[in-house]
Design a protein. Structure first.
Length: 298
């Protein structure tokens, strides 16, 4: 769960019809890009020579050559029933491991099946950086760069999960029920450790209304430059290294919801935040009380 992947099948096309459990406009592609935490539903067009055998292949997409990664290719075999004795093998053409425009071109080409459902007027905007950081260690005794320890953060805060007794130092964001939220996630490259981050939100799906390189600027990227018609509707979005994404959702699910990077090591290092969506006024807008037989915490 620590690599974004390109995937392709030799001489075959795929039609993507759903992303993260939501139908999309059909998208015909020769490859897909998928991040940890994401799902894709795709139709395979099995219309090639049945006497041949075809490789399926996946390789990592990685935008920072400074950080080591597994640059191998994993393969499988697609074989038609009538090709058990086939000797002709075909291998797919995968994008280069560092082809950012191709990786994010796939993400932005996905469109929601339904139009006109994106929140147009927002009542809350949250802007947060996502970063890899370094923490100093006593006498430079850790095994990270210059004796430090690697960490991860949102807005330069590494999340610490509460112990048995919740602590006031645990950072959360309070959101009113029904608010139309826009969240901008800004990728960074602190300490040369910048990389793309697949950010996953529990409890909600959201519209990915904007994406760009460089620093997000509110005056340069008003909503008129967003896709408010049919943007991707997902629960995991990839923040580009030294770039940004903007997502929107209606906070209509009261509860305590975790948002985190879906790279396992970044999650454990602290690239997380908690949203607390308050109860609404209606009975169906409130968290249900615990059942009577719920075991108590000790």
């Amino acid at each position: 769960m620590n690599l974004i992947l390109f995937f392709s099948i030799a001489k075959h096309s795929l039609t993507v019809v759903a992303a993260d459990g939501h139908y999309t406009k059909p998208l015909n592609v020769s490859y897909i890009t998928i991040s940890p935490g994401q799902t894709l539903d795709a139709l395979l067009h099995a219309n090639q020579n049945p006497k041949h055998t075809y490789y399926m292949a996946a390789r990592a997409y990685h935008s920072n050559p400074v950080i080591r990664f597994n640059n191998s290719t994993t393969i499988g075999i697609l074989r038609y029933i009538s090709s058990s004795n086939a000797t002709t093998l075909s291998y797919p053409n995968l994008p280069n491991y560092n082809d950012t425009s191709t990786a994010f071109g796939f993400f932005t080409n996905i469109k929601s099946l339904y139009s006109g459902q994106v929140p147009v007027k927002i009542s809350r905007r949250i802007i947060s950086t996502v970063s890899i950081n370094l923490l100093t260690c006593p006498n430079n005794s850790c095994q990270g760069p210059d004796g430090s320890r690697l960490a991860a953060s949102m807005n330069n805060i590494s999340f610490v999960a509460p112990s048995h007794t919740p602590r006031l130092a645990t950072e959360v964001k309070m959101i009113k029920f029904g608010e139309a939220v826009e969240m901008v996630l800004q990728g960074t490259s602190l300490g040369g450790g910048g990389i793309d981050h697949p950010m996953h939100l529990h409890g909600f799906s959201f519209y990915i209304v904007g994406l760009g390189s460089g620093n997000f600027n509110v005056s340069q990227y008003p909503s008129s430059n967003y896709n408010l018609n049919d943007p991707p509707y997902r629960n995991t979005a990839t923040v580009p290294r030294n770039g940004w994404i903007a997502i929107r959702f209606i906070a209509n699910n009261p509860g305590v919801w975790f948002m985190h990077c879906h790279f396992d090591r970044h999650l454990t290092w602290g690239m997380n935040v908690v949203f607390i969506v308050k109860n609404g006024r209606g009975l169906n807008q409130q968290i249900l009380p615990p059942p009577r037989d719920l075991p108590p915490c000790y």
